[in-house]
Design a protein around this ligand. Structure first.
Ligand code: NAD
Ligand code: TYD
Length: 354
């Protein structure tokens, strides 16, 4: 038996593939375009492992996806592939429309065609699990109840709008064509191997490099934070026990303001890798102009996945953030590898005033 994973060289996808192959003998075909966010180094532990077949390519390449489905006959497809960074979607939405909307559409078309021709037993066992985000739901006020699995989305950034569009396409392919889909909408992930354009790894690498820690606006925006390996275990649980056509929210039970997140990172660095001058890394916090259209608060109501599937996160924020900071301190080679020319260009453009 085989899984087809898309975007499996990215942050969450590579954790998923590594964890899967550590627990199962079921092989993985990993289709990834290797954009700036894809990192083949994440998959180094699988070098020489015949259960892992890596294919560099685009989910929007119909011929390639069709050929992979025909050749490997996966029993499931997990779709992680996406452009995933809100700030990049503000500077250039085009790639987000192309991959997240058009790419997902092309993928769905290939899966629909392949699935339609399968013998009945394979057809009913097949699953397409689409990985999405809580950002599709919109922004909450301080006292609003947390997001439930509500198909009435109010996305505010080009990123979240493109993810919402892909969720709607997945839903429509189930409703119209009967495709056996599952969708997960999860909160902000963090953990080892996250590209340092996202909040937590950016703060860790900047702190270590003696650079400013740029907080947008007043730093009081709230997110729910989910340790990446908990997200992967949730996806395995939904794949295993999710009801076809359903959407499941995945959350970390950790609603925190950005400023508090950065304080936690600084305090851990003070303990694990103190500054030479004995001062706290908090001194490096700098408030910079806010992100346009910045969503104020996301919060996840994850009762459905716990009730129907029996999943809850294993990590608290305190345990997860300690593992994360320690991993970055232990992995200077990985950090140096991802801080290539392209990364430096992004930082120079985005943080021009920081
Ligand atoms: P990431 O940016 O780290 O990785 C994305 C991966 O997809 C990369 O390896 C990239 O090369 C690949 N990719 C991009 N375009 C592709 C294409 N056209 N064809 C094939 N591969 C392509 O993203 P991530 O943080 O690992 O997120 C994975 C998924 O989870 C995304 O769908 C994202 O929307 C969703 N998600 C992420 C978070 C988070 O906090 N990181 C939270 C909620 C949901
Ligand atoms: P990010 O990691 O980009 O995830 P998302 O926008 O998908 O939630 O950002 C998390 C929060 O941190 C978000 O409120 C924006 C904020 N942020 C900063 O304040 N400074 C930064 O340099 C970055 C990258 C993010």
């Amino acid at each position: 038996m085989t899984l087809l994973v898309t975007g499996g060289a990215g942050f969450i996808g590579s954790h998923f593939v590594l964890d899967w192959l550590a627990m199962s003998d079921e092989s993985v075909v990993n289709l990834d375009k290797l954009t700036y966010a894809g990192n083949a180094h994440n998959l180094e532990p699988l070098t020489g492992d015949r259960r892992h077949v890596f294919v560099q390519g685009d989910i929007g390449d119909a011929a390639l996806v069709g050929a992979l489905l025909a050749q490997h006959r996966p029993r499931a497809l997990i779709n992680f592939a996406a452009e995933s960074h809100v700030d990049r979607s503000i500077r250039g939405p085009g790639e987000f429309i192309q991959t997240n909307i058009v790419g997902t559409f092309q993928l769905l078309e290939q899966v629909r065609s392949h699935w339609g021709q399968l013998p009945q037993a394979e057809k009913s066992a097949f699953r397409l699990l689409h990985v999405s985000t809580d950002e599709v739901y919109g922004s909450l006020g301080a006292n609003d109840p947390a997001f439930t699995e509500n198909p009435r989305n109010e996305p505010n950034s080009p990123y979240s709008a493109s993810k919402a569009a892909s969720d709607h396409l997945v839903r429509a392919y189930h409703h119209t064509f009967g495709l056996p889909v599952l969708t997960t909408n999860c909160s902000n992930n963090y953990g080892p191997m996250q590209f340092p354009e996202k909040l937590i790894p950016l703060m860790i690498v900047n702190a270590q490099a003696g650079k400013p820690l740029p907080l947008y606006g007043d730093g009081r925006q709230i997110r729910d934070w989910l340790y990446v390996k908990d997200h992967c275990s949730a996806i395995r649980a939904v794949l295993d026990r999710g009801q076809v056509g359903q959407t499941y929210n995945v959350g970390g039970l950790n609603e925190k303001a950005n400023l508090d997140i950065v304080h936690s990172v600084c305090d851990l660095l003070d303990e694990l890798s103190p500054r030479a001058d004995g001062q706290s890394y908090r001194k490096q916090i700098t408030f910079v102009p806010d992100r346009p259209g910045h969503d104020r608060r996301y919060a996840i109501d994850a009762r459905k996945i716990e009730r129907d599937i029996g999943w809850k996160p294993a990590e608290t924020f305190e345990t997860g953030i300690r593992k994360t900071v320690q991993w970055y301190l232990d992995s200077p080679r990985w950090v140096a590898q991802v801080q290539s020319g392209a990364y430096r260009e992004w930082v120079a453009t985005q943080y021009v005033q920081a």
